[in-house]
Design a protein. Structure first.
Ligand code: FBP
Length: 334
């Protein structure tokens, strides 16, 4: 099978449907993708270039940073800061928003990113990824925090790159979801998975079971019923998967269906949830909904949430429509 449609061709042909498109978005996306190709190279080389292991520092989340957390953060910033397409950026790895220095032109987009998602898996050679979200912003101005804290429903683009057996890009600009595989020989992402759709039905759930005693009753009930299988009220057996790399769990769900839960829990009242809304939950929610799935906190559609902070955490339940719909109903009847 010869895949001839490159990402650049795909985006340019898509832009032709937007009469007032200036082409800036295509250029911005190309810069993001160039950064991800550089990251793929570092991740793939691993200990050959001494980039595995801890950096011995903590990020704003209080998490011990891996060397690659910092390296990938710097690659994203260095690839985007000079382009003239951005008014600002935000990254999982640093506290404040990243402003564009005065000696570079400013543009009309904001990019938020998790440079290395699933970094707890990097030293054990499991799939990791980069997640990004793009918002429009008032042009040529110094953006305020409010410009960044837009609802997920206002994203113009969301995507992630998974550094796994293949390096793949999954992307939406609000016209469905498409998957591209990096052809290492020519260094181009090729369209290999057009119009990805999530099956509405599934018998596979993903959750970190070790947190079970901290979950709220609706999630306790849902998982209990799945585990009871065909002997229980669901009358069918369920399988479980948990990679602990959001990108990997999401890519599996995009490919064969499933439901992912990182629900609210009462382990630590100061940190009732794990995943960050701006550069994890919102971009994945946009992708999942564009692929025919649902994404909720259990009580609220993720894309309708008014964010209150760049590193705000939210409960995330997403995936195949019928199962997520059942979990929402369990929350409503609780
Ligand atoms: P980061 O690695 O970017 O901090 O992401 C958080 C994450 O690793 C997700 O990728 C994953 O879904 C989740 O945390 C795993 O959590 P846990 O280690 O509690 O199972």
């Amino acid at each position: 099978m010869t895949n001839t449609v490159t990402l650049t061709r795909f985006i340019i042909e898509q832009q032709r449907e937007w009469p007032d498109a200036s082409g800036t978005f295509t250029l911005l996306l190309n810069n993001i993708v160039t950064a991800c190709k550089q990251i793929a190279h570092k991740v793939n080389r691993g200990q050959l270039i001494g980039v595995l292991g801890s950096a011995g520092s903590e990020n704003v989340q209080g998490e011990v940073q891996k060397k690659l957390d910092i390296i990938t953060h710097e690659i994203m910033v260095n690839q985007l800061i000079w382009t003239g397409h951005l008014a600002g950026m935000a990254s999982e790895e640093i506290d404040d928003v990243i402003t564009i220095p005065a000696h570079y032109p400013k543009g009309k987009y904001l990019v938020m990113f998790d440079p290395l998602d699933g970094s707890s898996n990097i030293d054990v050679n499991l799939a990791v990824g980069t997640i990004f979200s793009v918002l429009r912003c008032r042009e040529g101005i110094e953006p305020t925090l409010d410009d960044f804290l837009a609802k997920g429903s206002e994203q113009v683009c969301a995507g992630f790159v998974i550094y796994g057996p293949s390096t793949m890009l999954v992307l939406t600009t609000g016209q469905g979801v498409n998957g591209f595989t990096l052809d290492q020989d020519i260094g181009e992402f090729m369209l290999t998975h057009p119009n990805m759709r999530i099956p509405e039905e599934t018998s596979e759930f993903a959750i970190n079971m070790s947190n079970q005693r901290f979950w709220e009753p609706p999630v306790q009930r849902y998982i209990e019923e799945c585990v009871q299988g065909k002997e229980g009220v669901r009358g069918k057996d369920f399988n479980m998967r948990w990679v602990a790399s959001f990108v990997a769990d999401i890519y599996r769900i995009l490919t064969r269906g499933g439901v992912f839960l990182y629900p609210i829990d009462n382990r630590d009242p100061k940190k009732p949830a794990k995943l960050r809304i701006m550069y994890e939950a919102n971009p994945m929610a946009f992708i999942i909904e564009q692929a025919g799935g649902l994404c909720t906190t259990g009580c609220e559609r993720i894309l309708d949430i008014q964010p209150s902070g760049i590193h705000q955490r939210v409960p995330v339940i997403l995936g195949s429509k019928n199962e997520v719909g059942r979990i929402i109903a369990y929350h409503q009847s609780a």
